[in-house]
Structure formats: structure tokens, C-alpha cells
Design a binder for this molecule. Structure first.
Ligand code: 8DG
Ligand code: MN
Ligand code: MN
Length: 369
């Protein structure tokens, strides 16, 4: 009898899978995302994560799943996810997903959380007060919008439209100039979704730092000042560094880091973008608002920050989970700690971190888990 082909088992960890932006199973993963978000709105974290994990596994496959039997050897796919897939394979759609999409509460929470600065908690609060639309919210005198939310509403149209690669490139040029006028030898690197090779993003993410330790401390403030003077800043939220190396390893190796960072809304002129801005019909403005995130770690933390900010969120989550469960190590955006040896492991490149973890190197464009 012919020998069975060696089975290349798909890992349950996203950091052991190569996931490009090419998704052959979008009909399934879009449905899973609707279900996951619905569980998130209803505070059922376990099920939310289960559907996000299932979607992530399907995204890593080299072709479309044609029948449920083909998912037999895949990890992270439970009864519920398989039932949804079966429905989609049979009818081209999932009735459970359609029910959620037609649900007023879900629609409203989705609408409210699409505003910059509005999270699920605020959205829920507004919904409970009987508010159903932006005009409801804006007309309600008892509601106080914070600065971020005010900007979110003010620039809603622009911010909710995806940022193109050409626009991200133009933003990069602006940040590059600002950073290097202030510190000629500063280091600027693209991170986030655009580093993973995505064609569109909800924002543009950068790491900025200096070769000399400590010099990075004032860098972001100076960059913000410089951009402000040029009239390019529509919104700024600067968070000073709370990073304290002596407090590592922290008990909660959390998703958020303690480096200096800023969340910006930048004014991007059409003339700065190669090929100009993509405008919707009837819009004659020659500029658009773009969300930009900058993070500024000390140089000796660069590799950890780059690995942490490149994403995707599922890739990050599983890197940490893998480190903890398979290697007894703690990983976050600041450091990698070996609990067995009771020591920190140093890294100057992302590759160093993969090596410490005993993982094959995964390129940024293969981290779209
Ligand atoms: P997108 O913007 O194209 O939608 O995708 P993305 O680039 O992958 O998402 P993102 O929301 O911009 O986040 C990029 C990475 O930044 C993500 O892996 C999580 C990471 N990140 C941290 N800390 C923080 C933080 O404090 N705030 C934010 N906004 N992101 C952070 O590691
Ligand atoms: Mn991003
Ligand atoms: Mn971001």
C-alpha cells in the first residue's frame, strides 16, 4: 500500500503558522468575526476568543475549505464553528450571522464603537440610555464627550475610511522629516499592519527612537511640537513613558506597554500623496485626516517593541501564550524573561527573540494571523 503522505499539522499557535494577507477563507472568517464581536459586546470572552482563534487558523490555510470534513485535523475549530461553516457551505450564508447583523443593539454598538475614542463600555452606556444614532448622542445634553471622542466625531468620515499604502507612505515622509529635523540620527521604522504588507489600514504605526539611550525621552514631545507648528496636527494624545526596568518582569505581562507614545490625527494634503487622495464623489477637499500612532522605546528595547507593535493582535497573543505555556518564559513589549533560569534574555533583533523562544522566524508579512 502507498505510504500516507506526511501530515504537516497546523499548529494551535499563530506564531507557528505563516499567515499572509491572502485569505482564501474570507466567507468563513468574516462570519466568525461577526460572531466574535457579538460575544465581545455581550462580555462572553471565551466564545469571542474561540471564534477569533478559529478565524485565525482558517486565514493561514493555502486554499479555501471546500467541505467540513477537510477541517478534521485543524486545531481551534469546535462544534459551533463547524456548524457555522456547514451552513455557509450549504446555503452560502449563516443564519446565525444574519440574525446578529439585523439586531438593532448589535448594529448600534458597532456604530458607536466605530468612533475614535469610543469603546464597548461607552457604547453600551449610550445604548442603554436609548441612544441609537450619532445625532441622538450629539443632541443629548447630559453626555460629555472627551477630547478624543470629540475629534472622533469631527473627523468621523475621514477616520472611518481606510488609509491606502500611498497615504501611509506620505505620512511616513512627514514623520521622517519631523523626526530628523529634531534628531538627525533618530531611527524611524514602520510597524503595525502596513509593516505586515497590508494594502489598507485603519491608521499608520511607527516606532521612533534614538541610538543614545535616554535621548528618546523628549523626542515625541518635540515631534508633536514641530508638526503642530506646521499646522498638521488635528488631534494629539501624548502619553509619557511609565517604563521602569526595575519593575520587570511585571506580574501582568499585558498587551499595553509603558513606553512613551502618542495617538495622533494628522492632516494629510493631497499634494503630498503620490497619485493624490482618493476622494468620494462630491468631496472637493484637498486634504484628509489620518490616524497615526507613534511609540518611542529606549533603543535597548527596540526589538521587543518592534515585535509587539507589528502585530497582528492574534499573533502577539499567541507569541505570549506560547512563551508562557511551552517555554516557561514571559514575553511582552519590553522584555523576555526566562522563569526557569530566572533571567532576562537580551535581543537586538526580532530574530533573537524567535531564537530564544525556539521558534522558526516568521517574517512580518507572514504575521497576519
Ligand atoms: P490596522 O491599523 O491596519 O487596522 O491594523 P494593525 O496595525 O494591526 O492594528 P493597530 O490597532 O494599529 O495595532 C498595531 C499593534 O500595536 C498591535 O499589534 C497592538 C500594538 N499595540 C501595543 N500596545 C499598544 C497600545 O498601547 N496602543 C495601541 N493602539 N496599540 C498597541 O503593543
Ligand atoms: Mn495600525
Ligand atoms: Mn495603531
Amino acid at each position: 500500500a502507498p505510504k500516507a503522505a506526511p501530515v504537516n499539522k497546523v499548529s494551535q499557535y499563530a506564531c507557528q503558522r505563516r499567515t499572509t494577507t491572502e485569505n482564501y477563507n474570507k466567507i468563513f472568517t468574516d462570519a466568525f468575526e461577526v460572531l466574535a464581536e457579538n460575544y465581545e459586546f455581550n462580555d462572553i470572552e471565551g466564545r469571542c476568543l474561540a471564534f477569533r482563534r478559529a478565524a485565525s487558523v482558517l486565514k493561514s490555510l493555502p486554499s479555501a475549505v471546500q467541505c467540513v470534513e477537510a477541517t478534521q485535523d485543524l486545531p481551534c475549530l469546535g462544534e459551533h464553528t463547524k456548524a457555522v461553516m456547514k451552513e455557509i457551505l450549504q446555503y452560502g450564508r449563516s443564519f446565525e450571522v444574519e440574525k446578529i447583523l439585523s439586531d438593532l443593539r448589535c448594529q448600534t454598538l458597532k456604530l458607536f464603537t466605530s468612533v475614535f475614542g469610543v469603546g464597548p463600555k461607552t457604547a453600551e452606556k449610550w445604548y442603554r440610555r436609548g441612544l441609537r444614532s450619532f445625532s441622538d448622542v450629539l443632541a443629548e445634553p447630559s453626555i460629555h464627550l472627551n477630547r478624543m471622542q470629540q475629534s472622533g466625531f469631527l473627523h468621523y468620515g475621514d477616520i472611518s475610511r481606510a488609509v491606502s499604502k500611498a497615504e501611509a507612505q506620505a505620512v511616513g515622509n512627514i514623520i521622517d522629516e519631523a523626526v530628523h529635523v529634531i534628531t538627525p540620527n533618530a531611527i524611524l521604522a514602520l510597524t503595525g499592519g502596513f509593516r505586515r504588507g497590508k494594502d489598507f489600514g485603519h491608521d499608520v504605526d511607527f516606532i521612533v527612537t534614538t541610538p543614545e539611550l535616554g535621548q528618546e525621552e523628549s523626542l515625541l514631545i518635540d515631534v508633536i511640537d514641530y508638526l503642530k507648528k506646521q499646522g498638521l496636527l488635528l488631534f494629539t494624545d501624548h502619553q509619557a513613558s511609565t517604563f521602569d526596568i526595575s519593575k520587570l518582569p511585571s506580574h501582568k505581562f499585558e498587551a499595553m506597554d509603558h513606553f512613551a507614545k502618542c495617538f495622533l490625527i494628522l492632516r494629510l494634503e493631497s499634494s503630498q500623496v503620490e497619485g493624490g487622495l482618493q476622494r468620494s464623489e462630491g468631496d472637493s477637499r484637498n486634504w484628509r485626516a489620518v490616524r497615526v500612532d507613534l511609540v518611542s522605546p529606549p533603543m535597548d528595547r527596540y526589538a521587543f517593541t518592534q515585535l509587539g507593535w507589528t502585530g497582528s493582535r492574534m499573533f502577539e497573543r499567541d507569541l505570549r501564550r506560547f512563551a508562557r505555556l511551552e517555554r516557561q518564559m514571559l514575553l511582552d513589549n519590553h522584555a523576555l524573561y526566562d522563569k526557569t533560569k530566572k533571567e532576562f534574555l537580551t535581543a537586538t533583533t526580532e530574530k533573537d527573540i524567535f531564537d530564544h523562544l525556539g521558534l522558526e522566524y516568521i517574517e512580518p508579512w507572514q504575521r497576519n494571523a
